[in-house]
Design a protein around this ligand. Sequence first.
Ligand code: NAD
Ligand code: TYD
Length: 355
Amino acid sequence: MRILVTGGAGFIGSALIRHIISNTSDDVLNIDKLSYAGNLDSLTPIASSERYSFQKLDICDSDSIKKAINVFQPDTIMHLAAESHVDRSIDGPADFIQTNIIGTYTLLEAAREYWNTLSEPRKTSFRFHHISTDEVFGDLHGSDDLFTESTPYAPSSPYSASKASSDHLVRAWQRTYGLPTIVSNCSNNYGPYHFPEKLIPLVIINALKGQPLPVYGEGKQIRDWLYVEDHARALYTVATKGKVSATYNIGGHNEKSNIEVVELICSLLEELAPNKPKGLSMYRDLISFVEDRPGHDLRYAIDASKIKEELNWMPEETFETGLRKTVEWYLENHQWWQSILDSSYQIERMGKGSQ
Ligand code: NAD
Ligand code: TYD
């Protein structure tokens, strides 16, 4: 297969491309504009493969996207490019409206134009897989409730509202124009190559530096965590085996409050990085409760039974095994995150352009 991945230099997109290149014989074209969150270093393990190519493009640039699609002739488009950080969407929603809504619309139109040129059997087997989040459902308040594929949309933040809009556009393009689309909605991911401002990498890195570990409010909010490599496998399964027009919820059945997550990281660091910064007795002494996020969702939890029953996908990692792997990865890959912290990766990538 020829798979066009948007946002492949980001956290989940790079895990997906590493998975496809390492485990299949498919060709991948990665289209990414390299925003602050895009980092080609995350693709180093597969960058020399002849089956991988990269173009630095903005999904809002209609002409360039159409050209790239026509030249590459994909069998499948997997759309991950997005502005993805809730806190940034609160500080500045404009980029989220632009990329997540206008960008998805632009890509859908380019895909539709291309799809209309295909002849059978490629036209029927073509897929547009839109990768979305469980945050479109809003939050849960009952302790036993779970998000299913039919839970009504009720997004809370500019980020989740823009992702909800993009999900609606994708389904409308399927219903109105017949474009063969699939949507998946996933819970919080964690793992290697996660951008250092997100909770789990932030806590690991701040702890190693002896800096405060900021916990919003009382740390009681609950997230359902999925190891990113499990998500990458799920995405490939959905794109290759999922039913047209279907939605699949993807989750790890790993519900943890934020304070539990931070405390687990601190205990892992006690074991794996016992040489602490000078004067620090225990990593957990760095925990610092700070002002809560406005509109902070209380709890997310996914019912992932459909993808298990229909597509036979299940996560391989528990939160404990995945978190240990993640902490070990950050301990062994200082250079990856340190270059982001000092922004040197941005200088390096200026000269990279297309590969
Ligand atoms: P990320 O922020 O790490 O990566 C996003 C990538 O998209 C970056 O490489 C960035 O350069 C690129 N990009 C941004 N705007 C672009 C544009 N206009 N044109 C081309 N490229 C652009 O995000 P992520 O965590 O890897 O998330 C990927 C997708 O998965 C997103 O659609 C997100 O909504 C969804 N998702 C994320 C999570 C999570 O926990 N991180 C959970 C569920 C769903
Ligand atoms: P985050 O990684 O930003 O993901 P999302 O907001 O998409 O769920 O945050 C995960 C949880 O951690 C969320 O409830 C907010 C909380 N959080 C903190 O308590 N402190 C922090 O410094 C950050 C970045 C997040």
